[in-house]
Write a protein that binds this ligand. Structure first.
Ligand SMILES: [Zn+2]
Length: 473
């Protein structure tokens, strides 16, 4: 039996066992991108955390239904379309495509549904009507606002003091005429030059928060299991989602809320003015390996700030090289004699410890420690006595098993980075390492390095003064 997962629930701020509404099944809603630009690596950190969450739940035997919205109408997309003088759909289409490319590049599994706000106006309008009918919302000059005073436990997610509430920038405009400054907009009356849709309150467009409530409930039901986002979504977005949803249905909206911490760059908040703002495409252009980026992003616990540096990308690439070298050794080792009991034991330990780690609020450091423990143990075995019949496939299948969550272990499933590959210093280090291995009569290691260098089209020449090398054509 796989271990029972436990998560730190932002709602209530405690770690508690996951309690799915339907045993064995999880409804998962993850706030998606606003498609007015290319996703930056801070956004992608959150999407990658959600990928690890879903893969971990699947690994632990759950059937997960994931829904991620695409915010294709809001102040930012409208402004962008106006500035370029194109229709909203034409403006957002390339950014939607770019987002899907980024997911594929980082091997983030696509959600089962990617509902777009502009295709769910009917659901949003129906929900706003129900809020008006129940006395939780009111119309003013063609706009509709949620009445915060009507919701006794408003702010229970973030724990914000309701009297201090000032709604965020997404709802800052068009708000004169509200009964209470704290109230937030559900429907915005038409403004000149903006795309609009008909509604019972006249032409207009939806507010941002109502999108997620209407679309999550359409695909996952009035109550569902897990809702995720970045910490910056917690207030006001997620508090507003809870207020709207629970006021409209009278039912609890979501059981478990999970939030990913910020990504910072070189210890500072990422910003264009500091010149430390990166999209995934920027990093690929700089020759960074997407596989190392995935490894780096998953290796830091989602509730800790992640400090992104180029040194950290290099360290991730070095960790992957160790894993690749191990795989290469295993793939090319000869098998002789009966299967080694140590291989079976190491595989069982890896499986148990890895499952325990991901079930513990996605403790990826412990999961990676279990993986490197397995690598060390099987390397030791290769050095000492070699593999027995069937050991190779046992080791590779143990790696394949944990790679259902990590999705970084098999280099064959990744495209090569667009750069020219390793630097001269890195090649020199590999060449020297091979010389050392040969001196120490570790021929398996030396051969593995020779083959890797051959793959990189490095030509080796053994001379009395040591090995020389050059890049092949
Ligand atoms: Zn959302």
């Amino acid at each position: 039996m796989p271990p029972e997962p436990r998560f730190f629930n932002t709602l209530g701020r405690r770690t508690e066992p996951l309690a799915p509404r339907i045993p064995g099944r999880i409804g998962l809603y993850t706030c998606g991108p606003t498609v007015y630009n290319h996703a930056h690596i801070g956004n992608l950190r959150t999407f990658l955390f959600e990928d690890i969450l879903r893969r971990s739940l699947e690994y632990l035997g759950y059937q997960v239904q994931q829904v991620m919205n695409l915010t294709d109408v809001d102040d930012k997309t409208i402004r962008g379309a106006q500035e370029e003088g194109v229709a909203l759909d034409d403006y957002t289409a390339p950014y939607i495509e770019s987002f899907f490319e980024d997911l594929a590049t980082l091997r983030i599994q696509p959600a089962h549904e990617f509902p777009r706000a502009t295709e769910h106006l009917a659901e949003m309008i129906a929900m706003i009507e129900s809020l008006v009918a129940r006395g939780h919302a009111y119309e003013k000059d063609g706009s509709v606002f949620f009445r915060i005073a009507s919701d006794e436990d408003y702010g229970k997610l973030s724990g914000i003091d309701v009297d201090q509430v000032v709604q965020g920038d997404r709802v800052a405009s068009d708000e004169y005429g509200k009964d209470d400054v704290r109230d937030f907009v559900l429907w915005k009356a038409a403004k000149a030059g903006e795309p609009t849709w008909p509604s019972p309150w006249g032409a207009g467009r939806p507010g941002w928060h109502i999108e997620c409530s209407a679309m999550s409930m359409k695909y996952l039901g009035e109550s569902f299991d897990i809702h995720c986002g970045g910490v910056d979504n917690m207030f006001p977005h997620h508090d507003n989602e809870i207020a709207q949803s629970e006021s409209a249905t009278g039912q609890p909206f979501v059981t478990t809320w999970l939030h990913a911490e910020h990504l910072i760059v070189d210890g500072q908040k990422m910003s264009k003015s500091l010149g430390n703002f990166y999209t995934l495409k920027d990093l690929l252009e700089l020759g960074k390996d997407p596989r190392a980026i995935r490894y780096l992003l998953l290796s830091v616990h989602y509730r800790q700030k992640l400090n992104f540096t180029f040194e950290a990308v290099e360290a991730a690439a070095a960790a992957l090289r160790r894993l690749d070298d191990h795989r290469f050794r295993v793939e090319h080792a000869t098998e002789g004699g009966t299967a080694r009991t140590a291989v079976g034991e190491a595989a069982a330990t890896l499986q148990a410890d890895f499952a325990q780690a991901v079930a513990d609020d996605l403790n990826l450091s412990a999961a990676l420690a279990a993986l490197f423990g397995f690598v060390k143990e099987t390397n030791r075995l290769l050095d000492a006595e070699g593999l027995g019949e069937g050991d190779r496939s046992r080791i590779l299948s143990a790696l394949g098993d944990v790679d259902r969550v990590l999705a970084v272990l098999d280099p064959g499933r990744w495209e090569r980075p667009s750069s020219d590959g390793p630097t001269d210093d890195e090649i020199q280090a590999m060449v020297e390492e091979r010389d050392t291995a040969r001196r120490e009569r570790d021929f398996a290691r030396a051969d593995a390095l020779r083959d890797r260098l051959a793959e990189l089209e490095i030509v080796l020449e053994d001379t009395p003064d040591g090995t020389r090398w050059k890049r092949g054509s």
